[in-house]
Ligand binder design. Structure first.
Ligand code: UDP
Length: 237
C-alpha cells in the first residue's frame, strides 16, 4: 500500500489516495483555524498531537464496539483510514452549555444539560454550517431515516464512553462534534476526535483545555492539548 495523490485539503487535515481503492491516508497538519477559517495560525506539534490523540480515542471506541474508519497510525502525522462516503452533517452532543448554544439561546456558559442535547449542522462553510434537523436531512436526501437513527445512537454511545473516560481523568467533556460516513452499507465514525473538535474543561478549576484557547486567545493551546492527552494516557512521541 503506497501513498497516492492528494485528494482533498481541508482546514487542518489533508486526505491522500492510496494504491488500495478502499483506503485513504489522513495527514494531520499544524494549520489551525477558527470562525469558518477567518482566524488562522500554525501551531507547533498540533498535527502529531491530534494524530496520536485521535488514534487513541478511535481505538478505545472500537474496543467498546463502535465501528470507525480508523485503521492504524502510519507515523507521527499520518493515519490509514477506510474510504468513507461522507454524510455532509455534523453531529454535536452537549453535556454542558458553551459556544454557539450560549450565543443562540442566551443561557449561561457552564449550565449542566440533563439530558445532554443533540444537534445536527450542515457541513457548509459558505453558509457557516447552519443548524438543521432530521426533516432537512430527509428532504434533501443527505441521509436516510435509518442513517439518522444510527448517527444519533452512535453519537450518544460515544458520549457515555468518553464522558466517563474524561471524568476519570479529572476533566469535563463539555461538548463535541462527530462526522459519519458510509462503508459497505454500514455507518462508520469518520473524521477525527481531538481537542480541535470538542470542549474539555478541568473538573476542578474549569480551565479550558481545548480549541477555545485558540478561539479566545488564551495561549498555551498545544500545551493544553498535551495535558489532556497526558491525563487520558495517550502515548505521545
Ligand atoms: N465544532 C467543530 N467544528 C465545527 C463546529 C463545531 O469541531 O465546524 C465543535 C466545537 O469545537 C465544539 C462543538 O463542536 O466542541 C460545538 O460547537 P458550537 O456549536 O458551540 O460552535 P462554536 O462555538 O465552536 O462555533
Amino acid at each position: 500500500m503506497q501513498k497516492g495523490e492528494l485528494l482533498y485539503k481541508g482546514k487542518a487535515k489533508s486526505v491522500y489516495k492510496t494504491t488500495d481503492a478502499d483506503r485513504y491516508i489522513m495527514l494531520y497538519r499544524n494549520d489551525t483555524s477558527a470562525f469558518d477559517g477567518q482566524k488562522l495560525a500554525q501551531l507547533d506539534r498540533k498535527g502529531k498531537v491530534n494524530n496520536h490523540f485521535n488514534a487513541f480515542i478511535m481505538q478505545q471506541l472500537a474496543t467498546a464496539g463502535i465501528a470507525t474508519h480508523f485503521e492504524k497510525l502510519l507515523n507521527d502525522t499520518e493515519s490509514l483510514v477506510k474510504r468513507l462516503e461522507m454524510i455532509p452533517v455534523e453531529c454535536v452532543v452537549r453535556n454542558v452549555a458553551a459556544g454557539s448554544l450560549v450565543r443562540r439561546l442566551g443561557v449561561s456558559e457552564g449550565m449542566e444539560l440533563n439530558p445532554p442535547t443533540f444537534e445536527f449542522f450542515l457541513k457548509n462553510d459558505a453558509l457557516h454550517d447552519p443548524m438543521i434537523n432530521d426533516y432537512h436531512i430527509l428532504a434533501f436526501k443527505w441521509a436516510s431515516a435509518d442513517e439518522i437513527q444510527q448517527m444519533k445512537t452512535l453519537t450518544f454511545k460515544v458520549n457515555t464512553l468518553l464522558k466517563a473516560m474524561f471524568a476519570k481523568a479529572g476533566m469535563v467533556l463539555v461538548d463535541y462534534k462527530l462526522e459519519f460516513g458510509r462503508y459497505r452499507g454500514q455507518v462508520l465514525l469518520g473524521d477525527e476526535f481531538s481537542p480541535d473538535g470538542c470542549r474539555v474543561w478541568d473538573a476542578q478549576s474549569g480551565e479550558k483545555l481545548d480549541k477555545d484557547r485558540f478561539r479566545q486567545d488564551l495561549g498555551n493551546v498545544i500545551e493544553a492539548y498535551e495535558e489532556v492527552a497526558r491525563r487520558l494516557g495517550v502515548p505521545l512521541p
